[in-house]
Design a protein around this ligand. Structure first.
Ligand code: SF4
Length: 71
C-alpha cells in the first residue's frame, strides 16, 4: 500500500524542575552542567536549556539537597 510509518522521537519529553525552596544556591549543578543550569539573580538555580539529558542528570546528581527533578 505504500504506507510509511514514521517513528516520532520526542526530544522534549523531559522536564527539568528545580525546587526553588530546596535550592541552597551552592552552584554545583551549574558547575557540573553549565549548558543546562545557571544561578539566577536570586542566587537560585534555573534551567536555561531543557536538553542535554546526560549532562542534566549529572547536574541533578551533584545537587546536595536533591532539588533537581528530571521527569
Ligand atoms: Fe541549587 Fe542544587 Fe543547583 Fe546547588 S546543585 S545550586 S542546591 S539546584
Amino acid at each position: 500500500m505504500g504506507v510509511k510509518q514514521y517513528l516520532t522521537f520526542n526530544f522534549f519529553v523531559m522536564a527539568i524542575k528545580i525546587d526553588q525552596e530546596a535550592c541552597i544556591g551552592c552552584g554545583a549543578c551549574a558547575a557540573v552542567c553549565p549548558a543546562v543550569f545557571q544561578l539566577n539573580e536570586a542566587g537560585k538555580a534555573e534551567v536555561i536549556k531543557e536538553d542535554e539529558l546526560e549532562c542534566a542528570k549529572n547536574g541533578a546528581e551533584s545537587c546536595p539537597v536533591q532539588a533537581i527533578k528530571i521527569d
